[in-house]
Design a protein around this ligand. Structure first.
Ligand code: ARG
Length: 461
């Protein structure tokens, strides 16, 4: 017979179809060890409130410790009739401590405050582990930047050649958002570090239990201010899900570039054999699957966030069973990122850049036209005029099928009296890069300092 936690009120057990629908052990079992930890803390507050004597506390803790060992080894598993992780563990406790002692632990707590606390404990742990893996990607990026301190590449807007930039500057532009994602998890933890334990089903406990003591024992900063909020809100879960989705988005932006860069047409990077795949039919193929999977998994990570937010929308206070649906999306995000991040870090670390080709393309597409205009401004020409003059240079080059630096002195003079031969000093990629030397710019001196700061930030986090 199916054992339920609410025998008294019910004449019969749940229908098979309900039991099947209700069941969550296939996903919430990953919280089992944390649930045992929570139970030990709960046993201690029961003892402090005089609801367990010394011998009972000792027996309870001993039984819970054995249960933990059996959960960890896999000797104790949820049974087909256990509804959720809490039901299964209560069965396990009663098997070990006997029904009289084992049956005392449930006093003053509800699965509602229990699950709300466990999800926070789990996500706080996972956020720390994932942050380390994100920082591995950041470090792969900063190492690549350090290995290419002076290499230029075409900087793009609208995917069109815009202005030359340093490859290191471009790579660091992918590192900073990932550093901010890690900062987001750190900020998030301040809000997630409030323990709902002691909220009971929704109204708090009448048994003289101390929520602050449980909170401290479970590594929280303190208990939640409001027992209804503690059991009914999932914004802490949603915020975690947003950061996870954002990591996916940030990886996918770089992933898309790697896919492009690895094409014959770009020819900017070669992928290491260990981080690319071949084709079962085309012997020549080398495919950027890590990058493509990153791009694809970003969709999945966003889907998890969207699904979760949609579940939460319009839920009345306090606990509703809908909230059982909060876990699978974030568990999926944790699993997805744990798989993706190490592969992604490895791919980035082992990219080989064709810096010759990137340098060759950097000034093409008239990407130095802005430098001509700004050179004119430095020589007292109003920008509106300077823009027109530089534009005329481009038009003439395009008509003649030449580049800006091919314009003769006569060409320049004919376009504008302001265009003296000295303008050529900015018609090189090096000159252009060096001129963008304000903070945050792509000049090599600035990028070197930026790299130092990015590395320091990664170490700090
Ligand atoms: N398994 C549920 C969840 O994940 C917790 C149980 C609460 N159930 C209940 N009937 N109040 O949210």
């Amino acid at each position: 017979a199916r054992v339920s936690l609410w025998g008294g009120r019910f004449a019969g057990g749940p229908a098979d179809a309900l039991a099947a629908l209700s069941k969550s052990t296939h996903f919430d079992w990953r919280l089992a060890v944390l649930d045992v930890t929570g139970s030990v803390a709960h046993a201690r507050v029961l003892h402090r409130a005089g609801l367990l004597d010394d011998a009972e506390l000792a027996g309870m803790v001993e039984a819970l410790d054995r249960l933990r060992v059996d959960v960890e080894s896999g000797a104790f598993l949820p049974a087909p009739d256990d509804e959720d992780v809490h039901t299964a563990l209560e069965r396990g406790l009663i098997e070990r401590a006997g029904p009289d002692l084992g049956g005392k632990l449930r006093a003053g707590r509800s699965r509602n405050d229990q699950i709300a606390t466990l999800v926070r404990m789990y996500l706080r742990e996972q956020a720390r582990a994932l942050a380390v893996q994100v920082l591995d990607v950041v470090d792969a990026l900063t190492d690549q930047a350090a290995a290419h301190p002076e290499a230029p590449m075409p900087g793009r807007t609208h995917l069109q050649h815009a202005q030359p930039v340093l490859l290191a500057h471009h790579l660091l532009a992918h590192a900073w958002p990932l550093l901010r994602d890690v900062e987001r998890w750190v900020d998030w933890d301040v809000r997630a570090a409030q323990s709902p334990y002691g909220s009971g089903a929704l109204a708090g406990s009448s048994l003289g239990l101390d929520p602050a003591a449980v909170a401290a024992e479970l590594g929280f900063d303190g208990p939640v201010e409001n027992s209804i909020d503690g059991t009914a809100s999932r914004d802490a879960v949603a915020e975690f899900a947003f950061v996870s989705a954002m990591v996916g988005i940030d990886l996918s932006r770089l992933a898309e570039e790697v896919v492009l860069w690895a094409t014959k047409e770009f020819g900017f990077v070669r992928l290491d054999d260990a981080f690319s795949t071949g084709s079962s039919i085309m012997p020549q193929k080398k495919n950027p699957d890590v990058a493509e999977l990153a791009r694809g998994k970003a969709g999945r990570l966003v889907g998890d966030l969207t699904g979760l937010l949609t579940t939460l929308k319009g839920l009345p206070l306090a606990y509703n069973r809908d909230l059982q649906e909060d876990k699978e999306p974030v568990f999926d995000q944790v699993d997805t990122l744990s798989l993706l991040l190490p592969a992604f870090a490895g791919m980035v670390a082992t990219l080989t850049f064709d810096t010759r080709r990137m340098a060759e393309l950097a000034p093409q597409g008239f990407s130095l036209a802005t430098d001509v205009a700004e050179w004119l401004v430095r020589h007292g020409v109003p920008f509106r005029v300077a823009h027109e003059v530089a534009g005329s240079c481009v038009r003439r080059c395009e008509a003649q099928g030449i580049e800006l630096w091919d314009l003769t002195e006569a060409d320049l003079a004919e376009i504008s009296e302001h265009l003296t031969p000295a303008v050529r000093e900015v018609l090189t990629v090096e000159g252009s890069l060096a001129s963008r030397s304000a903070t945050g710019g792509t000049a090599p001196v600035q990028v070197a300092q930026q790299l130092t700061r990015a590395r320091a930030r990664s170490v700090q986090l």
